[in-house]
Structure formats: C-alpha cells, structure tokens
Design a protein around this ligand. Sequence first.
Ligand code: ZN
Ligand code: MN
Length: 170
Amino acid sequence: MERQRERGFKLTPQRLAILEYLDGNRDHPAAEDIYHNVKKSFPTMSLATVYNTLEALKRRGEVVELTIDPERRHYDPNTEPHHHLICLRCKKIVDVHKEFRINIPPAQRQGFRITGNHIEFYGVCPECTRKGGVEMAVFKCESCGATKEGRCKPKKCPKCGETGTMSKQG
Ligand code: ZN
Ligand code: MN
C-alpha cells in the first residue's frame, strides 16, 4: 500500500481504513457496504469519504468499478483481468477466472484496436436456488441447439419453434 503515498492522494486515517477493508476483499462490496463495515471501527467515517476515496482509487487504477448490478456499483480491488458472475436474487458477485476466446469480427470493430473484455454472467447462486425451493433447469433443443432456462420443460423451442425437441441438460 506504499503506492498510496504518491502525489494527489493524501493517506488520511479514514482513507487508510477504507484501503485496509478493500485489501484482498473478494466480495465486490458496494460503497454502502464499505461504509457500514468501516464505520464499525471508525465511527467518524462518512459515506462521502467512502465515495471520494473510491473515486480517487478508481482514477489511479487501484480498484475496478463494476456495473454488473443495475442497482448499485460494486468495487473490486483485484485489478487483474477477470470476469464476473452475479446472482440475480441476492446480488452476490463472484469471480470467473478463465480466459474466453471471444472476438469481435474485424468488420464490427469500427476501427478499434481491442485491448480487453469483461464478461458479465447472470444466474442464481446455489443458496438462492435452495431457498427458492425450485431448481431451475436448462433445456436444450435437439433440433437447433438453442437453450432455455426454466422450471419446466418448454413445449416448443423458443428459437426454431419445433415442438417436443426440448430436453433437460445435465
Ligand atoms: Zn443468490
Ligand atoms: Mn472480481
């Protein structure tokens, strides 16, 4: 955390407490989560300090802001390239450490030189699946290969429209 002492970023005790909370944190906390946790040991902490510290860290490339949750921005101190998976029910975000060989065909790149990507996966975590009591299944069309997630088997394929071709995966 020595790098924090560079110009333009005063390492106040409040900011240090935020940095310590974020260091090695794998939970992708939102600003409010950081505020509530740091406030426990630092009662003078304000939400504004959390916000402007996050903003400074983001500018310096020390944290990555995640927009995977449409309701709140989350922050990741792990700035190594990786992807994320969010539970749509409890909004838990987990890391996906795998490289995906996806590419934009040259005709669609609009002159850009592509330097990276970030893939957001959506789903329901095991805890929420258990709590919900209903297991979601994936059904695949034997005819066109399309897949559909749902609680019961679709009568016809949502893609090719054929009936009786959907079968449960796994
Ligand atoms: Zn969940
Ligand atoms: Mn992450």
